[in-house]
Design a protein around this ligand. Structure first.
Ligand code: ZN
Length: 534
């Protein structure tokens, strides 16, 4: 099927920049324009020259730095606006003067206070005025979708006769349905005798969420220029998003016989540059550009993805500049993806070990919003510390505060039997470890205690490393949990399991501890230099 060329007119620097919170200074506009050039847009609307000195200067600067795309400046249908636009773009490799005038009766009556005849007259006069300055003149019939169709066709014919080579039919307030849009463009294509002398464009706002769909409907009806912005930023609810329009055309070539000049692999970088410039985050579930667009968490989807990515992805992440699909590990994930990720991290486990690890992972995922790679590594490495699981944590309850002595009730499991002890301490961790010591009935001293966060954020995984000493030597243990007391108990148990397993103790240095060496003495003896974590 012969593909027709669609011209991408990007107005991120004009319509986009008009949106609250998206204003850009001169350097930022140049940076964004250079990225739009790399993306392959055909036209960059760089601003509204008469609007401000800043806009005028940044349009000029964009013309100096960017050579491939046409650079356009917006103007009202007034001579002074057109003069300002011309001055701003005259340095461009290829410049375009874009002027507009409203054509809907609503705007004529309340905003312009002009009659249809006056608008028709002004439009043609100003197009001619602009054509005297430059070959490339675009005219937009503002609020076209709420304009009387007969009158609309009359204005289109007149401005083309006056020299406009691009005529834009905007859905200025995002009111249209796809049927409305298709009918409007189709009527212009079929009823306006000189419509073939110009490129018909569509410019769809997103007030009803129809921006992209309406743009596609307009292209199907014969429009050959799509006016869009990066991430759909723009007045009110924004414009049709460039990446969504372009990837619709690319992914659904079976129903859209069109092609563009867009290098789609630059799409993600363009969204990233916009975010860096404006500081406005992109919604994670934003189509194409959102961080979740190629992320799969549910087990069923992950399973399908591992079998064949076409099961749940209609385009490849690489095609829009995303390194790769991410199988996000979270509470909805399946064991397949979990096992695959551990494999990628270089771990392999027996089936039993894997299902045990998987249930610990699920526990963690229930507590922690995002389970990151570092969490996984900490979880795996604390689960397997080279000692059999003799003592296991079943449950614990601690009470602490600065008005009460901390108490802890800890229940451990050994050979499926539960053992419970209660202890008090100067802090919740101290109380909990004392309860553990009472249960395992194997005196030990705490040589070292380190607590660190595995990742950032309030729900970060805490990782505790301990070094315990008994009469035979020292043993290290590591525990992770979003609860630091739980992490402390787990780290202690990991070391104790090595102790009671009879694993060879590490002989740190020749010091031979006295036999009244107990955790308690340790705590009382030199709190100041030991870890004040209690
Ligand atoms: Zn607009």
């Amino acid at each position: 099927m012969q593909k027709e060329r669609i011209h991408i007119f990007d107005t991120t620097l004009r319509d986009g920049e008009q949106a609250p919170g998206y204003s850009m200074n001169l350097d930022e506009k140049i940076r964004m324009a250079l990225q739009l050039e790399a993306l392959g847009v055909d036209v960059i609307e760089a601003g509204f020259a008469i609007a401000s000195e800043g806009d005028f200067e940044s349009i000029k600067a964009v013309c100096e730095h960017v050579k491939k795309p046409i650079i356009a400046s917006l103007s009202r249908s007034l001579e002074k606006d057109i003069d300002a636009s011309y001055e701003a773009i005259r340095g461009a490799e290829r410049g375009r003067i874009h002027l507009f005038l409203a054509t809907s009766d609503l705007h004529l009556k309340y905003k312009l206070r002009m009659s249809r005849e006056e608008v028709l007259d002004r439009s043609t006069k100003m197009v001619a005025y602009a054509r005297n300055k430059i070959d490339d003149v675009q005219f937009s019939l503002e609020d076209a979708t709420r304009t009387d169709l007969d009158y609309l066709c009359a204005v289109v014919e007149a401005v083309i006769n006056a020299g406009a080579n691009v005529v834009n039919l905007p859905d200025t307030v995002g009111y249209a349905s796809t049927g409305d849009l298709h009918r409007m463009v189709d009527t212009v294509m079929n009823r306006v005798p000189n419509a073939d002398k110009a490129i018909i464009a569509v410019h769809c706002h997103n007030d009803l969420g129809m921006g992209v769909a309406n743009t596609l409907a307009g292209l199907n009806a014969g429009a050959r220029q799509a006016e869009v912005t990066i991430c759909g930023i723009g007045e009110r609810a924004g414009n049709a998003a460039l990446e969504e329009v372009v990837m619709n055309l690319k992914t659904r070539g079976d129903i859209y016989p069109f092609e563009t000049n867009i290098n789609t692999e630059q799409i993600t970088q363009s969204a990233r540059v916009l975010k860096q410039i404006t500081g406005v985050k992109i919604h994670p579930s934003k189509a194409i550009g959102g961080s979740n667009a190629f992320a799969h968490e549910s087990g069923i989807h992950q399973h399908g993805m591992m079998a064949n990515s076409l099961t749940y992805e209609i385009m490849t992440p690489e095609s829009v500049g995303v390194k790769k699909t991410s199988l996000v590990l979270g509470k909805h994930s399946g064991q397949h993806a979990f096992e695959q990720r551990l494999g990628e991290l270089g771990y392999s486990f027996t089936k039993e070990e894997l299902s045990r690890l998987f249930s610990e992972f699920k526990n963690l995922a229930d507590r922690k919003k995002n389970v990151e790679e570092r969490d996984l590594i900490a979880l795996v490495e604390s689960a397997y510390q080279g000692a059999p699981t003799i003592w296991e944590l079943d449950s614990f309850v601690v009470n602490s505060g600065n008005l009460i002595t901390s108490t802890a009730c800890v229940t451990l499991k050994k050979d499926d039997e539960k053992h419970q002890e209660v202890a008090w301490g100067t802090g919740p961790v101290y109380a909990a470890l004392r309860a553990v010591e009472k249960i395992v009935d194997h005196p030990f001293s705490l040589e070292d205690y380190t607590l660190q966060a595995v990742t950032e954020h309030r729900d970060a995984l805490g990782e505790v490393f301990v070094k315990l000493r008994d009469e035979r030597g020292t043993y290290r243990g590591r525990g992770v949990s979003t609860d630091v007391i739980e992490a402390s108990i787990l780290s202690c148990l990991a070391a104790i399991n090595k102790m009671v397993d009879g694993a060879p103790a590490k002989q740190e240095h020749p010091f031979k501890p006295t036999n009244d060496h107990s955790f308690e003495n340790d705590m009382l003896m030199n709190n100041s230099d030991k870890r004040r974590f209690m």
